[in-house]
Design a protein around this ligand. Structure first.
Ligand code: GNR
Ligand code: NI
Length: 174
């Protein structure tokens, strides 16, 4: 089932999410809903707070090539355990900040540890777009958005545009 995505500014996008103590059918079903919502958007990642759930859960699939097999990843309690010294710059966007893009500098590669859908611990090195995406998603679990890396002027400009968008959306629904 597809779920609505929260749009910035929203207090739920600024909060620290809680670690998931145990997997449950409810959490697995939430993860499946998040993948469906992400593919439908379309996006390459989604974090639970973006659908209003304050748990440490992210999903991703950064396979761009339509000819390549999809690679849906579900990560409970993801943690960055190592980061490269090398940095890289990507033009980032966010499903909670529609149609706004900006360059963000982050470590080029990260080692991530997480609990998968079956409850097994996994560790993997990600680089390129996957590394950018997993860092962007883990930031969401800590109440951080990509615009928090920008200067105050750019951030405020984007926030004002989003406030306007939300007002117009509310009006259209009324
Ligand atoms: O779909 C998304 N694309 C994207 C592009 C560059 C850097 C990060 C991302 S993540 C974003 C989906 C999203 O908002 N995830 O939280
Ligand atoms: Ni995002």
């Amino acid at each position: 089932m597809k779920r609505p995505i929260l749009i910035h500014p929203d207090p739920r996008l600024k909060k620290l999410c809680a670690a998931v103590p145990d997997l449950s059918d409810e959490l697995r079903s939430l993860a499946d809903d998040m993948l469906e919502t992400m593919y439908d958007a379309p996006g390459i990642g989604l974090a639970a707070p973006q659908v209003g759930v304050m748990d440490r859960l992210i999903v991703m699939d950064c396979v761009k090539d339509e000819a390549e097999a999809p690679r849906p990843l579900i990560m409970f309690n993801p943690e960055i355990v190592a980061s490269s010294d090398e940095m890289s710059v990507y033009e980032e966007g966010c499903l909670s900040i529609p149609d706004q893009y900006a360059e963000v500098k982050r470590p080029e590669a990260v080692d991530v540890r997480w609990i998968d859908r079956d409850g097994n611990e996994q560790t993997e090195t990600f680089d390129g777009l996957w590394a950018t995406c997993v860092q962007h998603e883990i930031d969401h679990l800590n109440g951080k958005l990509f615009i928090d890396y920008l200067g105050p002027m750019k951030r405020q400009l984007i926030t004002r545009k989003m406030q306007k968008l939300k007002r117009e959306q509310a009006k259209a629904r009324a």
